[in-house]
Write a protein that binds this ligand. Structure first.
Ligand code: HPA
Length: 268
C-alpha cells in the first residue's frame, strides 16, 4: 500500500505545477464548484496509476488541479462508493494520495436523506459529526505508522474551526444552513421507513452512502475535514415519498450554487 500511494503521488507530482494544501471531494453530480476553478489541469481517473477502476461505463470522474480564487486546490469530481463494489482501501485510496501530495484540509460534499423532522428538502446541512454504519472499516488490518496511529482520535472529526467559519459565511450571504450528524451506510437502496426511523433514533440528522470512509482516513492522516450535505429528500414519518436518483440529482443541482459559494469562501 505504501509503495502504491507513493507511485500515484509521484505520477501526479510530475503532472501538476502547484502544491495545493486544500483537497475537495465532490459528490456525484455536485461538480458545480469545479466550474469556478481556473488555470486548471484535468486528469481522468482512468490514467492515474493505482486509482480504482470504474465499475460504470464511461467516465468515472477526474482530478482537477487549479485555483479557486487565489488558492491552489486539488478536487476530485466524483468519488468511489462502497456500494459500487470497491473495498474500503480503494474507496479511501485517493485520500491517502492527497496526504502524500501535501493536502492539509479536506472539504467534502454529498447528498443525503434528512431524518430530522425540522429539516426541509433542499436544506444545506453542515456536517458536525458522523456515525459509521459501513460494515467494513477503512482502517481494518495492519496499521502503517507512517500513515497514522493505530487508534485514531475522532473527537473532532469535522473541524470546529471550519464549521464556525462556514456558518459565518452562510450568515453573511443570507444562506440558510442547518447542522447535524450524518450517518453513513452502504446503500445502494434508499431506506425503508423503519430504517429512517432507526437512524433518527440512534442520533442521525441525515443519512447517505459516502463521506464517512474518506473522513475517517483523513482523520487518521491528520487532515482537517469539513463536510456539507444537500438534503435531497426526507425520511421523516408522514413525509416519506418515493425517492429516485433523478430527484436526488435535481434537488442537488438546484442547491449547488449556494453550497459552492460557501465552499469557495471557506477555501479563501
Ligand atoms: N438515503 C441515503 N442516501 C441518500 C438519500 C437517502 O434518502 N438521499 C440522497 N442520498
Amino acid at each position: 500500500m505504501l509503495s502504491k500511494i507513493q507511485e500515484t503521488a509521484d505520477f501526479l507530482l510530475s503532472k501538476i505545477p502547484t502544491r495545493p494544501k486544500t483537497g475537495i471531494i465532490l459528490g456525484t453530480g455536485l461538480g458545480n464548484l469545479v466550474t469556478q476553478i481556473t488555470d486548471k489541469i484535468e486528469i481522468p481517473y482512468e490514467i492515474i496509476p493505482n486509482f480504482p477502476v470504474s465499475t460504470v461505463e464511461g467516465h468515472s470522474g477526474k482530478l482537477i488541479i487549479g485555483k479557486l480564487g487565489n488558492v491552489d486546490v486539488l478536487a476530485m469530481q466524483g468519488r468511489f462508493h462502497y456500494y459500487e463494489g470497491y473495498d474500503m482501501k480503494a474507496v479511501t485510496f485517493p485520500v491517502r494520495v492527497m496526504k502524500a501530495l501535501g493536502i492539509e484540509k479536506l472539504l467534502v460534499s454529498n447528498a443525503s436523506g434528512g431524518v430530522n423532522p425540522d429539516f426541509e428538502i433542499g436544506d444545506l446541512m453542515i456536517i458536525t459529526d458522523h456515525i459509521n454504519l459501513f460494515p467494513e472499516h477503512p482502517l481494518r488490518g495492519k496499521n502503517f505508522n507512517e500513515l497514522g496511529t493505530r487508534f485514531p482520535d475522532m473527537s473532532e472529526a469535522y473541524s470546529k474551526e471550519l464549521i464556525a467559519k462556514a456558518k459565518q459565511i452562510a450568515k453573511e450571504n443570507n444562506i440558510k444552513v442547518v447542522e447535524g450528524v450524518y450517518v453513513g451506510t452502504t446503500g445502494p437502496t434508499f431506506e425503508t421507513p423503519a430504517e429512517y426511523r432507526y437512524f433518527r433514533t440512534i442520533g442521525a440528522d441525515a443519512v447517505g452512502m459516502s463521506t464517512v470512509p474518506e473522513v475517517i482516513v483523513a482523520n487518521h492522516a491528520g487532515i482537517k475535514c469539513f463536510g456539507i450535505s444537500i438534503v435531497t429528500d426526507l425520511g421523516v414519518p408522514g413525509k416519506i415519498v418515493e425517492v429516485t436518483h433523478e430527484e436526488v440529482q435535481q434537488i442537488g443541482n438546484s442547491v449547488q450554487p449556494l453550497m459552492t459559494l460557501i465552499m469557495k469562501e471557506l477555501i479563501q
